[in-house]
Design a protein around this ligand. Structure first.
Ligand code: SAM
Length: 250
C-alpha cells in the first residue's frame, strides 16, 4: 500500500493511531507500541534527533524510519510536525473494567467531558509522569484523537487511556475534585481512588458530585476562580505521589 493511502486510512481506523512528531514516536516506542510505519523527509536529521534525545532507541529508530520525498511527506498530515517525523502505531485495546479492578494503590484520573484535546493530552502526560493507574474520560470525544496524542507527546502508551460512558460499577472510592470542596491536605488518602475532574467550562456535573464520597478543593488565593484542568490534575496527583513511598510509584 502506498504510504499516502496508509496514512489516510489510519486516520479513520480506530485500530491504529497516527503519531505526529519525534517525541510521540519516542514515547510510543519506549512504552511498547507496535509501530506499523514511520517516515521522515530527512533521515539524517531524524537520526541526529535520536542520538540527542533518545540514544536508547537509536538502533530501533534506524530500522523503522524510512525516508520519503518531501512532497510525499507533506501529504501525510494537515499540519506537519516541526521534528519532521510521522508514524502509525497500533492502538492498545483497553478494557476499562480490568483497569478498575487493579489492586495497585495508584489512583485513576477520570475526566468528565473534557472539551480541549490539548488539555486532555497534558493530563495524560502528567498522569504518566506521576504514575497514575489510568486516565478515563466520559463524553463524545475520543481520548486518542491526534491532537490529544500530540499534547501527551505520545505518553498515551505509558498507561491505559480509554473512554467510558458511563463509568462502570467499581468498589473504588470516588473523590470529586471541585473548587467548592474541602481543602486538599497532605494527609488525604487517595490510594485506589478515582479522582474525578470536571470539564473546562462547567466543572463536575451533579451526578458525579452526588456519587462522590468527598469533594476536594485545591486552595487558591482569593480572586482566582479555578485552575486549568491539567494543572489541577497535576497538583492532586503530585500530592498523592509525594505522600507515597518510592516502591508504590512506578
Ligand atoms: C477549569 S476547571 C472548571 C471550572 C468551572 N467553572 C467550575 O466552577 O468548576 C476544570 C476542572 O479542574 C478542576 N479544578 C480547577 N481548579 C480547581 C480547584 N481550585 N480546586 C479543585 N478543583 C479544581 C475541577 O475538577 C474542575 O472541574
Amino acid at each position: 500500500v502506498l504510504l499516502t493511502e496508509q496514512f489516510a486510512r489510519a486516520r479513520n481506523d480506530r485500530r491504529v493511531v497516527v503519531l505526529e512528531g519525534f517525541h510521540a514516536l519516542k514515547h510510543a516506542l519506549r512504552f511498547g507500541a507496535r509501530i506499523e510505519a514511520a517516515c521522515t523527509p530527512d533521515r539524517p536529521a531524524t537520526m541526529r534527533l535520536a542520538q540527542d534525545l533518545a540514544p536508547d532507541l537509536f538502533d530501533r529508530l534506524g530500522d523503522l524510519v524510512q525516508e520519503v520525498a518531501p512532497a510525499t511527506f507533506a501529504r501525510l498530515a494537515a499540519v506537519l510536525p516541526p521534528t519532521g517525523v510521522l508514524a502509525i502505531a497500533a492502538r492498545p485495546q483497553i478494557e476499562p473494567t480490568t483497569v478498575l479492578e487493579s489492586p495497585r494503590p495508584a489512583p485513576i484520573v477520570l475526566l468528565e467531558n473534557p472539551s480541549h484535546p490539548g488539555n486532555l493530552g497534558a493530563v495524560v502526560r502528567v498522569a504518566a509522569a506521576a504514575g497514575a493507574a489510568a486516565v478515563l474520560t466520559t463524553g463524545a470525544r475520543d481520548p486518542w484523537q491526534p491532537a490529544a496524542l500530540r499534547g501527551s507527546a505520545g505518553l498515551h502508551f505509558a498507561l491505559p487511556v480509554a473512554g467510558v460512558d458511563p463509568l462502570p460499577f467499581t468498589d473504588r472510592p470516588l473523590l470529586a475534585i471541585d473548587p467548592d470542596g474541602e481543602p486538599l491536605t497532605a494527609g488525604l488518602t487517595m490510594d485506589r481512588a478515582i479522582l474525578a475532574f470536571g470539564s473546562e467550562r462547567r466543572g463536575l456535573g451533579p451526578a458525579t458530585l452526588a456519587r462522590a464520597e468527598r469533594r476536594i478543593a485545591i486552595p487558591m488565593r482569593e480572586g482566582v476562580s479555578s485552575l486549568n484542568l491539567a494543572c489541577a490534575v497535576a497538583v492532586v496527583l503530585y500530592a498523592w505521589r509525594a505522600a507515597r513511598p518510592e516502591r508504590d510509584r512506578s
